[in-house]
Ligand binder design. Structure first.
Ligand SMILES: *[C@@H]1O[C@H](CO)[C@@H](O)[C@H](O)[C@H]1NC(C)=O
Length: 227
């Protein structure tokens, strides 16, 4: 009796498992093509000879139907199919592939490929923009915790009128602690870090990069290393 009961449960359980969802109706086509899944951004189907085969992007990538391939998720709208496969990442790679922020640093990110990580550092003055997946000016990235004033440690003075137009779209102010760099105060009132090419320093009188001998207090800026 118990045996029969257990058996019927088992049969029921097998019957109750839903048929694998998805599948798409493939159209007649000379060549194989791919169709996005309607609920999961990293799942898609290969249509070939009117038959569909379910496929998954590599962990961290999502399927882009217009490109007929998997790509990093930046600039891909997954809002209507938000599901994703469970992450297979480890260590500093949340997923096996992709770009991931470094928790404690605004200006670094991990570049992961098959779970192998490379630490990438942005150029001076730039932060890693988590939305775009690139190093970006902090006043464009507007990343919480990495906002320009916090990140650069500089707040622009209120600049109004014609003084603002001195450099087209911004004003320039010296960075007191480093002759080579200066702050650009943009028309949005937020600072950007600017820098002079190697061998030059910022001349706060002209607002342009200049030879060290022309800038009082910065004459020996490039001598430091040799002393
Ligand atoms: C993560 O990255 C940091 C900084 O590069 C490194 O010190 C650490 O060992 C990494 N952790 C793992 C688990 O790979």
């Amino acid at each position: 009796m118990l045996g029969l009961f257990a058996f019927s449960i088992m049969v029921f359980a097998v019957v109750a498992v839903p048929a694998k969802s998805g599948g798409v109706v493939c159209e007649k086509s000379k060549f194989p093509y791919f169709v996005a899944d309607s609920t999961q951004c990293d799942r898609f189907y290969k249509c070939e000879d009117l038959k569909s085969t379910e496929m998954l992007c590599e962990d961290g990538m999502v399927f882009v139907e217009e490109l007929q391939k998997c790509d990093l998720p930046f600039h891909v709208d997954c809002t209507s199919r938000p599901n994703l496969q469970p992450p297979k990442g480890f260590g500093n790679c949340s997923r096996l592939n992709g770009l991931f922020p470094v928790n404690s640093r605004c200006d670094q990110h991990f570049w992961c490929r098959d779970g192998q990580e490379i630490l990438i550092e942005c150029a001076p003055g730039l932060v890693y923009d988590v939305k775009q997946g690139v190093c970006e000016f902090p006043d464009i990235a507007l990343r919480p915790g990495c906002l320009p004033e916090q990140f650069l440690g500089f707040t622009c003075p209120k600049i109004t009128g014609e003084k603002m137009l001195k450099f087209g779209d911004h004003e320039r102010l010296a960075k007191p602690s480093d002759c080579r760099y200066f702050y650009k105060c943009m028309s949005n009132g937020l600072p950007r870090l600017g820098g002079c090419e190697l061998g030059k320093v910022f001349n706060h009188e002209t607002g342009f990069c200049d030879l060290p001998k022309n800038v009082k207090g910065c004459e020996h800026y490039y001598d430091k290393g040799s002393s």
